[in-house]
Ligand binder design. Sequence first.
Ligand code: PGA
Length: 250
Amino acid sequence: MRKKIIAGNWKMNKTPSETKEFITALRPRVANTDNIVICAVPFVCIPAALEAASGSNIAIAAENMHFEDKGAYTGEVSGAMLQDLGVKYVIIGHSERREYFAETNETVNKKAHQAFKYGITPIICVGESLEQRDQGVTAEHIRTQVKIALIGLSGEQVASLVIAYEPIWAIGTGRTATTEQAQEVCKIVRDTVCELYGSDVADKVLVQYGGSVSASNSKSLFDMADIDGGLVGGASLKLDDFEVIANYTK
Ligand code: PGA
């Protein structure tokens, strides 16, 4: 049985002080769940987040990382730096990074390899635009994104990583995909992994849905067979909402 994995993606929100306050308050609220609970926070908030989460069941993620070990990349952060802090997960290829910061399927693939090199579990994001959905090419687009992201990774690595299906039109819009739409594409993600790596790996890979997940719609989404939890933006910034989402039970 796959665990549910609920990750908050804070994006460019909260200062280090606010991070400390939020995670300290969140700890007791999620202490009794069997789900994997993650807060992905801005780079400068990571030390405060790790300290506040220390000894709890909350894991801390970065929202991005570079694909080289080190060098002349002003403003970038490496896998070695994240590993040294004790970061366990990293979001890779979020649609906002693809749109505003020139992330491509190829850099996503390089970053996935780099994350494993430093013992960090990648959360790889894929998703179609509204235009692609209207053109009827969602399945092809998702399959392409997944295939390229995974090039060169071993079955063991893929079985241990997370893929987040996030339709771009549902992110931050309040327009969630229906449970059927979300399930359909999360299954496409899993089927693509199955074609590439076989059913043992496909049964293990965790597939999240993301895009306007809220305290009121999370249960019906996470109840679906191929949806193993959520990548949560806006609602992860609110304690009461994230508490409900993270404490999902069937
Ligand atoms: P949202 O963001 O929940 O605010 O739609 C999700 C995401 O971008 O990961």
